[in-house]
Ligand binder design. Structure first.
Ligand SMILES: Nc1ncnc2c1ncn2[C@@H]1O[C@H](COP(=O)(O)OP(=O)(O)OP(=O)(O)O)[C@@H](O)[C@H]1O
Ligand SMILES: [Mg+2]
Length: 505
């Protein structure tokens, strides 16, 4: 009986025998005896004219029993590789042979393929196959997030350095720079809206306070020193944070800087652990407010024109809208009065206290904050503010109310004008008609109901400058806001007057 050797040797021999059998070279009488697992009745032996076959298979991961059978010659097609004798890799191992009982051998599925697992995976493999990529994906995600966060932190750190790092200050705050230099740098740098925040902070924190110079509704005003120069520091109480913020915001309106508007230097909020100190630093003017100045001094005709013209220039600039990328919105002051105008050394005015101002957004024709009905100082309130008929949707209404107040300020100035050796004492507008801290109702009765206005003395007609001033005032006080002069008109009239009177500005 032939025994099968290795597969390479076996195949040609098998093929040869199959061919022999097919060609009838093996006599039918010499029937081939094979093991037969299904032939219980004939002692597990069968006879065939074809081949003996043994096969073993894996089904659902289990090794099935060996199957041994006889294959008739007619079934041995195709002759070279009869389909009965084909193996399926990893699943079925089939062996055909052509000598008696040659199929009694024990077959096994060839190794090299996951044993018994075929194409069905166990739980461990399944977990490995699914969890592996998921784990890898998560790992990549975490690494990605970490890298992103690292970059963000670096970027934020750099940004903070740009804003806060005092090492950047040297660009602006070289040791020999005075306030004037700083302001000059500002006006030529073209930013138009103030010093960078970190410079503001550094300046504010190196100011040495000297003496208190005034007290207002929102806090105290101090004179301070910075690099040998004087500055004014308005210190707001922490309750007034909104006023502090708003005033700083308005002062930093692009292109606001003007010789007749108080020069803003810095805003700073310093937390000392118990409370927050809110500072607003500005130019210092030793004469103080126009109210203080007129109380102390009378003025010449030239002095009056300088004060009046500069105040009109400041207000005209505030009111004016400048178009373009470096433009400026129209701004209404809403608290114009002699206490909120400062007098500079050269005898001109600087309009201050912009905390109640509103800005006009001309594109949408809206006002930048929701304006409340009655703000400002009651004594200086225009009739339409007192009786609440002001059209708050219309920005020009606020400008007209400012003009009414400017007229009152002009009256205060003109009274102090020394012409021909005569001048009057200082008085607040309506001093003779209302008490010292008048209520809205008291003001409304006088201004709206009785339609009274400050008295314009007849003798002013004798002096051209006072005559012009008297005329301007009346045209600022019309009950109808729209009929009043504009700041620009007043500025032009007073410019002509200054030329006539040979005033040197
Ligand atoms: N930049 C400055 N330079 C010099 N003195 C100033 C300056 N700013 C304010 N003062 C003085 O401080 C005083 C107080 O100013 P502040 O604006 O706080 O109050 P007010 O104008 O008197 O009243 P209100 O709170 O109604 O505006 C002013 O009247 C003025 O004398
Ligand atoms: Mg004030």
């Amino acid at each position: 009986m032939l025994r099968d050797g290795n597969l390479a040797v076996m195949l040609p021999r098998r093929t040869a025998l199959a061919l022999l059998a097919l060609c009838g070279l093996i006599a039918v009488g010499d029937a081939l005896k094979c093991n037969c697992t299904a032939c219980e009745s004939s002692s597990y032996v069968c006879e065939t004219d074809g081949a003996c076959m043994a096969s073993t298979s894996y089904i659902k991961g289990q090794e099935e029993q060996q199957v041994r059978i006889c294959i008739p010659r007619v079934s041995l097609v195709p002759p070279g590789q009869p389909i009965y004798c084909l193996s399926a890799k990893g699943l079925l191992n089939t062996h055909c042979c052509y000598t008696d009982f040659c199929n009694s051998i024990n077959l096994q599925i060839p190794s090299g393929i996951p044993e018994g697992k075929g194409d069905s995976w166990g739980p461990v493999e399944l977990v490995a196959v699914i969890a592996g990529p998921v784990f890898l994906f998560c790992l990549l995600l975490i690494v990605g997030v970490l890298i992103f966060q690292h970059h963000q932190r670096n970027y934020n750190h750099r940004q903070r350095l740009d804003v806060e790092d005092p090492s950047c200050d040297h660009l602006y705050l070289a040791k020999d720079k005075t306030l004037q230099d700083l302001i000059f740098d500002l006006s030529t740098s073209g930013s138009g809206s103030g010093l960078p925040l970190f410079v503001q902070r550094t300046v504010a924190r190196t100011i040495v306070l000297q003496e208190i110079i005034g007290k207002g509704r929102f806090g105290e005003v101090w004179r301070g020193r910075w690099r040998g120069g004087d500055v004014a520091v308005k210190i707001f109480s922490s309750r007034e944070e909104r006023s502090w913020f708003r005033e700083a915001e308005i002062y930093q309106t692009i292109m606001l800087r003007h010789e007749n508007i108080l020069g803003f230097i810095a805003a700073d909020n310093k937390d000392n652990g118990t409370w927050t100190q809110l500072w607003l630093v500005s130019d210092y003017h030793e004469h103080g407010s126009l109210f203080d100045y007129l109380n102390h001094y009378s003025v010449t005709i030239e002095g009056m024109i300088k004060l009046a013209l500069s105040a009109a220039s400041g207000l005209a600039h505030l009111h004016m809208e400048i178009l373009g990328t470096q433009g400026k919105p129209g701004i209404a002051h809403r608290d114009l009065k002699s206490k909120n105008i400062l007098v500079k050394k050269n005898g001109t005015c600087a309009i201050a206290d912009l905390g109640l101002a509103v800005r006009h957004e001309s594109i949408t024709d809206t006002i930048d904050i929701a304006p409340n009905q009655r703000v400002g100082t009651k004594r200086y309130m225009a009739p339409e503010v007192l009786d609440e008929t002001i059209n708050m949707k219309h920005f020009d209404s606020f400008k007209c109310a400012d003009i009414y107040a400017l007229g009152l300020v002009y009256w205060e100035i003109a009274r102090r004008c020394n012409a021909g050796g005569i001048h009057e004492d200082y008085q607040l507008p309506y001093y003779d008609l209302v008490p010292s801290d008048p209520s809205i109702e008291e003001m409304r009765k006088v201004v709206c109901d009785q339609r009274l206005r400050p008295n314009v003395p007849n003798w002013w007609q004798s002096y051209e400058a006072l005559r012009v001033m008297g005329k301007i005032m009346r045209e600022c006080w019309y009950a109808n806001g729209a009929a009043r002069l504009t700041a620009l008109r007043i500025k032009k009239t007073l410019s002509q007057l200054s030329i006539q009177e040979d005033v040197k500005i």
